[in-house]
Design a binder for this molecule. Sequence first.
Ligand code: NI
Length: 175
Amino acid sequence: MAIREIIILPDKQLRLVSRPIEKVTPEIRKLADDMFETMYDAPGIGLAGIQIAQPVRIITMDLARRDEDGELNPRPRVFINPEILSASEELSVYEEGCLSIPEYYEEVERPARVRIRFTDLDGNVHEEDAEGIFATCIQHEIDHLNGVLFVDYLSKLKRDRVLKKFTKAAKLAGK
Ligand code: NI
């Protein structure tokens, strides 16, 4: 496994539409391993392939739960070619962040529940209902596969402000 570099706003690759994965090959499993290592190191709860410059439709996620002893139980999950089949009319608001827009958090309103279809690392297709933080996280990550970022849901004023800040930082870093 290897920690890969996470690409940061305003890197144009973040706007790419990722391509479907036709077959779960050893390379795809290796990519998932690297994504987990990169995500845990960051640390973050979700990562899309394009965030490590791999424009393929794969997401890693770990919405670890604390048990009664306060112990954190890891819950690593992989979603390949995930799709949203339906979304609730009811909306919910969560404060979102993104490893590609570090240390920036804003509230975003999204459907409270979604039904998703995805392929797992064994190539099996599943359908599942997502709610709560899982619903928000999977929508945020599927957006990445379509070149959409959570700042796209903010007012133009806020979006321009954050884009300007990150563009300036990238220039200072010589990127
Ligand atoms: Ni993100």
